[in-house]
Design a protein around this ligand. Structure first.
Ligand SMILES: *Cc1c(COP(=O)(O)O)cnc(C)c1O
Length: 435
């Protein structure tokens, strides 16, 4: 039997009195506090019932979704929501599906679709909830009950159980593997097409985002696949829009050199390109399908499109993002590109200023990572602050939680992923550490 806490009269505290006591320290809904009080009385020993209940409430409070400072140096950190997005919404209605000319019902996709098409040099575009949904919809709309040809080297799993064979199966298509794990040539695709003819609806090419095969490897470029008599749909994953990065003053950074880009994949002849909104594109969580108008329309009119459509906050964030790219203000307005474009000298100066304002800490050179499976193996030079000991937990419980990383018993805060306005918060947190 559980021992329960007792008051001076020998009775356990009532759930109600314990919940009311918790309410003095935690601004959480009463129903939750009652729940924690019940659990504490049922599960903890006589001495620590209050402490236990208090801990449950504290931990729940810390788990509530909120802003954190990313000092991990991983620009697109999946645990931290990938690309950070800045947005303001007033609570007013929007013209999400109102045609402003006729006053009739309009399309939530049309205007943003126009901007996305322009950015990618494509005829048409459609937005869904994430890239997994984009691939699912493309295969379901274009290849249901037919064949989809995929290279054996690209029949991949992209974290979180997104597996190409399973996605195709869910879409009602038959997967035809061609080539081998390390090499797939144009003639492998040709052979499949000769054998199965009209059954083949689509060639699906998938960028193996989160790993790299090296050595005796070969894949068939989109340019060559585009000569085949079957539309080529390419899942480029990370959503780099244009590998010439016209929104940057400088040349494209070298860490992006192996990333496929939407604009170039379209001009190489892909019929469709799919990518994530919240990776290298730097926007809200969504998936984008761009390409041939007839194929995008087939996706848009498939019943799944309704189930996968994004809401107004996503469309608004995406619209601002596209406008920033087109206006070439990306490095001022898109948090991801701000982090990516900041100079190593600026980072060193910030690290020195932080160290000067704190005690016992040192400036260090670190390597930031793109993250989210983008540009695997690539690193970006950066500066940060290093603190002796493991302080991850303490930094996480800061009033604005700071997420850092630990290596060899030392805590590293990489400043590339910290917004400069937050350096003051970092200084205060470092000065409060028990070192
Ligand atoms: C990340 C990724 C996905 C999944 O995208 P989500 O937006 O997370 O659904 C699919 N394919 C590739 C190649 C990816 O890199």
């Amino acid at each position: 039997m559980n021992r329960v806490s007792v008051d001076t009269a020998g009775r356990p505290p009532s759930v109600d009195s314990l919940a009311r006591e918790l309410a003095l320290r935690h601004s959480l809904p009463h129903a939750l506090l009652v729940d924690f009080a019940r659990r504490a009385i049922a599960e903890s020993g006589a001495d620590d019932v209050k402490q236990f209940a208090d801990r449950l409430a504290t931990e729940f409070g810390q788990s509530l979704l909120r802003e954190v400072i990313n000092a991990t140096g991983v620009l697109l950190h999946t645990n931290l929501g990938r690309a950070p997005v800045e947005m303001q919404v007033s609570g007013r209605a929007s013209n999400l599906e109102l045609n402003m000319q006729t006053g009739e019902r309009g399309s939530r996709q049309e205007t943003v679709g126009k901007l996305l098409s322009l950015l990618c040099g494509a005829e048409s575009a459609l937005v869904v909830n994430n890239n997994a949904a984009a691939v699912l919809l493309v295969v379901a709309a274009l290849a249901n009950s037919r064949d989809v040809v995929v290279s054996r080297g690209e029949s991949v799993e992209i974290g979180g159980n997104f597996r190409i064979p399973e996605v195709t199966e869910q879409s009602g298509a038959r997967l035809i593997d061609v080539g081998t794990t390390n090499r797939t040539r144009l003639r492998d695709y040709k052979k499949a097409i000769d054998k199965r003819g009209n059954d083949i609806a689509l060639i699906l090419k998938v960028h193996p985002s989160n790993y790299r095969v090296s050595g005796f490897v070969e894949d068939t470029p989109v340019r060559e696949l585009a000569e085949l008599p079957v539309p080529v749909a390419v899942d480029i994953g990370s959503g780099l829009i244009d590998n010439t990065c016209p929104w940057l003053d400088a040349r494209p950074p070298s860490w992006l050199s192996n990333e496929p880009a939407a604009r170039q994949t379209i001009s190489d002849g892909a019929a469709l390109v799919m990518f994530s909104g919240d990776k290298l594109f730097g926007g809200p969580q969504c998936g984008v399908i761009v390409g041939r108008k007839d194929l995008v329309e087939a996706c848009a009119s498939h019943p799944l499109a309704r189930a996968l459509r994004p809401g107004s906050t996503t469309m608004l964030a995406l619209q601002s993002l596209c406008l920033a790219y087109l206006n070439k203000t990306a490095t001022k307005e898109i948090p991801f590109w701000k982090m990516a474009a900041i100079s190593v000298e600026d980072l060193r100066a910030r690290a020195q200023a932080i160290v000067a304002a704190t005690k016992n800490h040192e400036v260090c050179q670190v390597d930031s990572l793109p993250g989210a499976g983008s540009a695997p193996g690539a690193t970006i030079k950066s500066f940060g602050v290093v603190v002796r000991g493991d302080h991850l937990r303490e930094l996480r419980s800061n009033s604005t939680p700071i997420i850092a990383r630990v290596k060899d018993g030392r805590t590293f805060l990489d400043l590339r992923t910290v917004q400069p306005e937050d350096d003051e918060i970092v200084v205060r947190a470092l000065n409060n550490l028990r070192v």
